[in-house]
Design a protein around this ligand. Structure first.
Ligand SMILES: [Fe+2]
Length: 270
């Protein structure tokens, strides 16, 4: 299994922000080393490969640039322990990918990646269930961990004495193979929560910021309900209505559903 650690500059695609036509071989996560498949775009959740139900842990060729791996674990939260299933999103192509939220089981995620090169572990936020497999997966694959700096304190609750490798900042672009991801800082569930928007896939990965039926929970420490509503209003419902929303738990929705219900959610207070 060949792995390569992306440099900070490569991982964050800094020049993708600064130059109209970035030189992918120099500045982006991966050089585009193979042909773009004709079916790179998806327009519905049906285009997502679901590894738990159809792949049985063995990687097979998939035409989808978005794959969902569901992992489970027990987490401690404010004095209690809970069984929790998370969505781990693998985004990229047949050559390389990024993992959005390394949850619970780094070996299962590595099996899901197969022989693809892991370019980065992208953390939507610092809660335990979203980062608890990040360090082991990073060590196994020699890949960088990316986290918004405002969630560093939460990260250290899970990984004391270890730092993420690079910050995720609003507006930056990530790339793995054919897929480009724009970082949207969407605080509220946590201070450093981010979403990853893939315009060519009409898809946004929202972590615990947005779910079918409403925003993520804001009853915990570090959470802020008005702030999560502002994040959804300013950065998510402004996306095209047919954008598919892939959250960190459960099933997917669309931006249109969020836009239609946002004021109801804001009024109810959760
Ligand atoms: Fe969370």
């Amino acid at each position: 299994m060949k792995r390569r650690k992306a440099s900070t500059k490569q991982a964050l695609g800094e020049c993708a922000r600064e130059e109209p036509v970035p030189d992918q071989s120099q500045t982006l996560l991966l050089p585009d080393t193979h042909d773009r498949p004709g079916s790179v775009g998806i327009s519905s959740t049906h285009a997502v490969s679901d590894r738990k139900t159809c792949l049985g842990g063995e990687r097979v060729h998939s035409p989808s640039p978005v794959e969902r791996l569901r992992t489970s674990g027990v987490i401690s939260l404010e004095g209690g322990e809970f069984d929790l299933e998370n969505n781990v999103w693998i985004v990229g192509d047949d050559e390389s990918a990024v993992v959005i939220d390394a949850s619970h089981d780094h070996e299962e995620i590595a099996r899901g990646l197969g022989d693809r090169e892991l370019m980065a572990i992208v953390c939507t936020h610092g809660h335990s269930d979203h980062v608890n497999a990040a360090a082991d997966l990073a060590d196994l694959t020699d890949s960088p961990i990316l986290l918004h700096p405002d969630d560093t304190e939460l990260w250290h609750h899970v990984h004391p004495g270890r730092e993420p490798d690079a910050p995720l900042l609003h507006g930056e672009m990530l790339r793995a193979g054919d897929v480009e991801l724009q970082v949207l800082h969407t605080p509220g569930h946590t201070p450093g929560g981010v979403c990853l928007y893939a315009p060519e896939l009409s898809t946004v990965f929202t972590g615990d910021t947005l779910f079918p039926g409403g925003p993520g929970a804001t009853g915990q420490a570090f959470s802020d309900f008005p702030r999560i509503i502002a994040s959804i209003r300013d950065h998510l419902v402004t996306l095209p209505g047919d954008t598919v929303v892939h959250p960190g738990h459960g099933e997917s929705t669309t931006i249109a559903e969020a836009a239609e219900n946002l004021e109801v959610w804001a009024s109810r207070g959760f």
